[in-house]
Design a protein around this ligand. Sequence first.
Ligand code: GTP
Ligand code: MG
Length: 441
Amino acid sequence: MSEFDTIFALSSGSVPAGVAVIRISGLQVRFALETLGIGELEPRVASLKSIRKQNNQLIDRGLVLFFPNPHSFTGEDCAELHVHGGRAVVDSIFDELGALDRFRFAEAGEFTKRAYDNGKMDLTEAEGLADLLSSETEMQRKLAVEQADGGLRRLYEQWNAQILRSRALIEAELDFSDEEDIPGSVSDQIWSDISSLISDMNDHLEKSKIGEISRSGFSIVIAGAPNAGKSSLMNAIAGREVAIVSDEQGTTRDVLEVRLDLEGFLVVLKDTAGLRETDSKVEREGIRKAKSELIQADLVLYLIEPGQSEDTYANDFADVSNMIIIGTKSDITGAHWQKDTDISLSTRSMADVDALLDLIKSKLALSSIRDDLVVPTRRRHVDLLKSAMSELEYALSNSDLPIEIRSEHLRISQDNLGRITGRVDVEDLLGVIFSEFCVGK
Ligand SMILES: Nc1nc2c(ncn2[C@@H]2O[C@H](COP(=O)(O)OP(=O)(O)OP(=O)(O)O)[C@@H](O)[C@H]2O)c(=O)[nH]1
Ligand SMILES: [Mg+2]
């Protein structure tokens, strides 16, 4: 595998389809177009052309585009062939291209990797693009497109420039320190700038939970004793039969998931095994899984059915911070529950199921998230931001250290920011990041 190879792939969805888009990128794109009988093309203008085999036989007619470097997605010469989306059409073109020397199929994410290598985007933009391709909900799309559009890159570049400026001022101060009238305020200015940068970073980091959750989805776990009505609630919210409902205790054993779109946010709703002591090995494993889901949940819906004492499993919920206690089967008891519940509902009559959804929305504080889209979205960003911030804090608070040493910590802070955007050596990360893509991107 070489970066000098010319790569090609199907960049549109799976065939058969109305149209298939084949993308080609690399040093020999012009040669490929010639070989396919397309010939010279006006840059960036779609032309209807015949596409032919080496032996001149017609493969298909379609729209073709040529993007000469550097003004292309990858920064290399690129071409797109929009052909009829039949398996044999696409295969036939692949056969022709694959037969050429130094031509091969692109790996997953290789077009984007080349775009990154050629300075077309930084790592956060590449990650944003990966998120955009896999986005399922409106909120995921908004976050992803903001990041792909350079939202994070611009912020981190701006911070990097601020630190650089402080370091330059320190250098200047060192150079002039022999002279008489160095304004002492320069140094004060440097450290007050660093201090306000730390506070900006802190505010930004506080939003990381929101970023990660919006990206990967809120996890909501339904828990409670057997027969409390957990699977019934899961089905009622999903609007379809996801889980088996039965009056037998211990019906659900595995963790069942549905992915829902709640006002543009991805919610992963999980139905779990009823919590109880049991001799069944399988059920015990289900209960173990249920408990581990509980700990990781962003929100727990704890269900109590009429006649059940609600504190049976209180211990299991000691670590759960965000919980709604729900009285189920209100059609039996009437709307008013004696016990200490946040809401009572019935999946049989569907009474107050909508009210529960409203309560969930308010618990997850979805509306507060909507406005701020420049947030760290990955663990990677958070870890490096924390390191960058702690270097600044170290430099700021150790005022007794020689100024050169303090300045060095500012430089290390810049390096950490540089690793987020990929400006500073990140060879070890690239494989992980670009393998997230599908082939053709
Ligand atoms: N009357 C009434 N019965 C309900 C309601 N919701 C569930 N049930 C009944 O309660 C029984 C248990 O329901 P499930 O949804 O299977 O309960 P579960 O909590 O998933 O039970 P396990 O999987 O065994 O832990 C079934 O017979 C349901 O028909 C309700 O709102 N009203
Ligand atoms: Mg169940």
